[in-house]
Design a binder for this molecule. Structure first.
Ligand SMILES: Nc1ncnc2c1ncn2[C@@H]1O[C@H](COP(=O)(O)OP(=O)(O)OP(=O)(O)O)[C@@H](O)[C@H]1O
Length: 627
């Protein structure tokens, strides 16, 4: 077959530009990335060979060779792993097939400074493309295990690559040949290469040689890191292993390495990243914990191994008991996997608890990155609910830092029986919600919940230590039971002219009869004239809006309009209503609809009839100005 020239996917070209700029000061990582890919390729073949032993039979010892050809100024990284055929090459080295690429690219454009880009690149993992940081031409010669045909992929990293037949591809596996750029000769030096491998790749479980054949020198320890005794593993090695398994460059926030012995035997080496991955909420995101069986990589996509609400975990689980040739489908209902999942979940939650107790500030950072995910467990995993409730932290109307439920309860006001929360899209908007005013005036703390899952776990959990968790946008405010320090100063007239308010409420009920469930006077408000709340048994306002946005039918439960008896607008309207209306019935009716629309706007909704809203508002303002 003759040579084909193909274009990189547009994102790859952009990524290549970014990589060349942002990794400039950390060029040596190219070798780590190529070795990491070589090791993954060997893992894949080892797995495939469980069911098709012929694939690896001729050359059963997996390895990576780094070969320097000084005269040509080239460095080769060669493995005898799974290899690639033509389609694999086009798919893997011409596109970025991973989820969330587009979003990543947008973030990249926004992070204009180099440090910002390096951090982002770290999360994304540049992988193979890092080769172009030191090379101006890269050739990949490869043959897929079990296939006859070898292939050569060539590119200078500038928009195009070529693919052609290659007779001298390795018998099996992949050889990456880097033609070094001017000025990169340091990577031809044995000493430099040895140091890089020892720093970044010692944990790789297969041998990495410098040179080829008898003379080759093994550079790494070549045993799976998690099988080594803890005392023999340095922090640096743990960290580099994390970079390899997680395809990340940040430092892990937490590490957990343990061996379970007894009826079920397995080893876990797990990490919690310090940086939130850009695709944490992407539906196609794979789980980050790799399953091995007796050192053989099986899958990085075993959903049963780790609960979804811990999908931020990275690392490996290596089981001694599962059969090697277990199919990925069978893993789904395997009792051993369930057992591992239970222990692993408990261990991780325990570690988090310790961190929360001993290093609350550091824990707050974790919560900031992954709290929204962990909270999903409150809804999904009733067994762990109590632990998760202890671990949860919340923004609050009364504090700058986060608060736990335990601390919230400890600082509840006398007479306060419930834990109050408000849910919505963002914290700033929540802080401005009128429904909070009365609570704030009495110094009652309200938890501000702005993650999508909050609307679901709150009703599912219902209470904490016998205290109901209540939304301040639902039901009556019950604020009078709560005693505050300056309560004695509250004066009777503060309640306004009750008869007048009563008349206004009655009028509003009739005027808005088709649009609201009820109208009532409230203590909930101090500054605003009115707000909407859901009735006790009805769905919270924010949740019903959220479901509606996602196209779900939620019925049309009407809401309650609450008015503030102390607000000048309301007292004025009450006076009008009490005064027998005197021909002002039309204006009062307009005012009723304006109140309702105002409350809707504060909720982030549109007026029911925008044209009518504009007309009423103009008329009333014009009259007011004329008076
Ligand atoms: N030596 C190799 N042998 C076989 N396949 C390889 C090799 N190197 C790369 N590939 C294939 O190319 C794909 C893309 O590699 P690349 O390094 O860009 O990304 P990755 O390894 O998936 O993730 P990361 O970018 O985080 O390293 C790999 O997923 C793999 O399928």
């Amino acid at each position: 077959m003759s040579k084909e020239t193909l274009n990189f996917q547009a994102e790859v070209s952009r990524l290549l530009d970014i990589v060349a700029n942002s990794l400039y000061s950390n060029k040596e990582v190219f070798l780590r990335e190529l070795i990491s890919n070589a090791s993954d390729a060997c893992d894949k073949l080892r797995y495939a060979a469980i069911t098709q032993p012929d694939l690896a039979a001729e050359d059963p010892d997996y390895r990576v060779n780094i070969v320097v050809e000084k005269d040509n100024r080239t460095v080769l990284v060669e493995d005898n792993g799974i290899g690639m055929n033509r389609d694999d090459l086009v798919e893997n080295l011409g596109t970025i097939a991973r989820s969330g690429t587009l979003k990543f690219m947008q973030q990249m454009e926004q992070a204009r400074d180099a440090q910002g880009q390096v951090n982002l690149i770290g999360q994304f993992g540049v992988g193979f493309y890092a080769a172009f940081v030191v090379a101006d031409k890269v050739e990949v010669e490869t043959r897929r295990a079990g296939e006859e045909q070898g292939w050569r992929w060539t590119s200078d990293g500038r928009g195009e690559f070529t693919i052609e037949d290659c007779a001298d591809a390795p018998a099996r596996g992949t050889r990456v040949r880097l033609h070094l750029k001017e000025g990169e000769d340091e990577f031809l030096e044995d000493l430099r290469l040895r140091r890089i491998v020892q720093t970044y790749s010692d944990h790789i479980a297969i041998p990495i040689y410098l040179g080829q054949g008898e003379e080759a020198e093994q550079l790494n320890t070549a045993s799976a890191l998690w099988t080594r005794p803890k005392s023999e593993i340095t922090d640096q090695q743990y960290k580099e292993f994390y970079h390899h398994v997680a395809h990340a460059m940040d430092d892990p926030w937490l590490r957990l390495h343990f061996k379970a012995e007894g009826k079920v035997e397995y080893t876990c080496l797990l990490y919690v990243p310090s940086q939130k991955p850009y695709d944490l909420f992407h539906p196609d995101r794979k789980h980050g914990v790799k399953l091995y069986v007796r050192r053989v990589f099986i899958t990085d996509d075993c959903e049963e191994l780790v609960p979804a609400y811990m999908r931020f975990l990275r690392g490996v689980v290596d089981s001694e008991d599962l059969p090697l040739n277990i199919s990925r489908e069978l893993l789904q209902h395997n009792p051993l996997v369930t057992k591992i999942r239970q222990t692993l979940t408990n261990r991780v939650l325990n570690e988090l608890k310790k961190k929360a107790e001993k290093e609350p500030e550091d824990y707050a950072k974790f919560w900031d990155s992954f709290g929204a995910v962990l909270k999903e467990g409150l809804y999904e995993d009733p067994e762990q609910r109590d632990t998760l409730l202890e671990l949860a932290r919340f923004r609050s109307s009364e504090r700058d830092d986060v608060v736990s439920l335990k601390d919230y309860v400890a600082s509840m006001k006398e007479g306060q029986e419930s834990i109050y929360v408000i849910t919505g899209e963002n914290e700033d908007a929540l802080r401005k919600s009128p429904q909070l005013e009365g609570f704030r005036a009495k110094g009652i703390e309200v938890l501000l919940l702005s993650d999508p899952i909050d609307d679901f776990w709150v009703p599912a959990v219902g209470e904490y230590e016998g205290k109901a968790i209540k939304s301040v946008t639902r039901g009556a405010a019950e604020l009078d039971k709560v005693k505050t320090d300056d309560q004695s100063e509250e004066k009777a007239e503060d309640k306004g002219d009750e008869t007048a308010i009563g008349t206004l409420v009655a009028f509003l009920k009739t005027a808005l009869e088709d649009d609201v469930k009820d109208v009532r006077s409230t203590q909930r408000l101090t500054d605003s004239a009115c707000c909407l709340v859901a009735d006790d048994g009805d769905m919270d306002i924010h949740l019903s809006r959220l479901l509606r946005q996602h196209g779900q039918s939620v019925g049309d439960a009407k809401r309650i309009l609450e008015i503030n008896p102390k607000h000048p607008l309301i007292t004025r309207l009450a006076e009008c209503a009490k005064g027998g209306l005197n021909g002002a019935q039309g204006d009062l009716k307009d005012a009723a609809f304006l109140l309702l629309d105002q409350a809707r706007i504060i909720e982030g909704e549109t007026p029911q009839d925008p044209a009518a809203f504009a007309r009423r508002l103009s008329q009333l303002v014009a009259k007011g100005l004329a008076a």
